[in-house]
Design a protein around this ligand. Structure first.
Ligand code: SF4
Length: 221
């Protein structure tokens, strides 16, 4: 089973997920920073705080508002943890967006390569966060790699790469460049990893066990 086959198998197991990352592009940009090192429930609580604060400031978009809230950001995003560092990262990211008047459309006009380079030059924005923003907020065809992806590849194929970009390119070179497919595929990997291939893998009930290196290895012990 190659990486294209894996996508098809995951679709059979979990069904269609479509976009997977919830929210508008503006919300995705903020939640991509908030989700670093925490779970989604905590991100939702922090997002609720930000949205309800910003709803009372009617003349501002969510991004403009969060950029303006600087002083209040740590307390508002506290539920997401690491709130001081995440506040600094959000401010850095939104200060970069300010040069484009916080316009998703204007930023989306840039090439994928240029936009990725710009995002990676923002302090505190690493490759996983940059690629999540590129794929889900700006709809650029970049495959997102996270710890779940690396673990699944290791268990399924006994494969490890040295660099983040080697993982990304393995997917991008195997699957046609299609934003919807990349969005869905990453979501399927996360869902599968949470449900079956977690820290205590449930190989007996996992639909990939016939093609999985680790499951076969364990069977032969
Ligand atoms: S068979 Fe086990 S190790 Fe392999 S993908 Fe499924 S849960 Fe993970």
């Amino acid at each position: 089973m190659d990486l294209k086959g894996l996508y098809e198998e995951l679709l059979k197991i979990h069904g269609k997920l479509e976009k997977w990352w919830p929210g508008s592009s503006e919300e995705i940009i903020i939640s991509a920073v908030l989700t670093q090192n925490t779970n989604w429930k905590n991100v939702e609580r922090a997002m609720e705080n930000l949205k309800s604060k910003c709803e009372s400031l009617e003349n501002w978009t969510l991004l403009e508002c969060v950029h303006m809230l600087r002083e209040d950001l740590p307390s508002l995003i506290k539920p997401a943890g690491f709130y001081n560092i995440k506040s600094q990262r959000l401010i850095a990211l939104l200060s970069w967006m300010k040069q484009y008047e916080f316009s998703i459309e204007k930023i989306s006009e840039k090439s994928t390569y240029d936009l990725r380079e710009e995002l990676l030059s923002v302090k505190g924005i690493g490759k996983e966060t940059a690629d999540s923003i590129l794929l889900y907020a700006f709809e650029k065809p970049v495959f997102v790699v996270d710890a779940y992806t690396k673990r699944l590849l290791k268990r399924l194929y006994n494969t490890e790469f040295k660099d983040y970009d080697d993982y990304r390119l393995a997917f991008e070179n195997s699957i046609e460049q299609d934003v919807r497919i990349y969005q869905e595929y990453h979501g399927l990997i996360v869902e599968h990893s949470k449900k079956y291939c977690n820290s205590k893998p449930k190989c007996n009930s996992c639909g990939l066990n016939n093609s999985c290196f680790q499951a076969k290895y364990l069977q032969n012990l």
